[in-house]
Design a binder for this molecule. Structure first.
Ligand SMILES: [Fe+2]
Ligand SMILES: [Fe+2]
Length: 171
């Protein structure tokens, strides 16, 4: 974002016209904030010792992760996979595959009784999957986004991402 548009956005935000997550925000800033949130929840889940808290954390992870991954597939992975280079196509396909694995593990975790060895194992696997996925995504996918999309396109991607998230229903 240019200095001028940053100032314009800050002014609009202060005036209450825009929330900080709307307008001219770069999609990568939104994705970063959401990754931090989910990784923090997974870290808390790994340390939690009560069934009640574990159940609440799984629910919070589901509410955060499901819209994020679905909207990310639509607004980020699909355009990346459509780029001409083979590296971009592989990075996009790898992202889809890891999302499917995370989604299956999250469903399994959600079906298990909290505070049991099986639950703790599934929570550990989900955390490992997400930590790995986020690290690769922030390195490979974001490099593709920076290389192939302008500041304006990334701001439009952010608006599309927030709209796409609202359409996702979480059970
Ligand atoms: Fe992500
Ligand atoms: Fe992702």
């Amino acid at each position: 974002m240019s200095v001028r548009s940053s100032i314009e956005q800050a002014t609009k935000t202060m005036m209450g016209v825009l929330s900080p997550s709307e307008g001219q925000t770069d999609i990568l800033d939104t994705l970063q904030a959401e990754h931090d949130e989910v990784q923090d929840l997974l870290q808390r889940l790994s340390k939690s010792e009560t069934a009640r808290e574990q159940k609440s954390l799984v629910n919070q992870i589901k509410q955060a992760l499901v819209p994020h991954t679905k909207a990310e597939e639509e607004v980020v992975y699909t355009p990346i996979a459509a780029l001409s280079g083979e590296k971009a196509k592989i990075d996009g396909a790898e992202g889809f595959t890891e999302h499917a694995l995370a989604s299956a593990t999250l469903m399994q975790l959600d079906s298990l009784t909290p505070n049991t060895p099986e639950f703790k194992a599934a929570a550990k696997v989900l955390k490992e999957l997400i930590d790995h996925h986020v690290q690769e995504e922030e390195r490979n996918i974001w490099a593709q986004v920076k290389e192939n999309f302008s500041d304006e396109q990334r701001e439009q991607m952010n608006r599309d991402f927030l709209t796409a998230k609202k359409r996702v229903k979480v059970a």
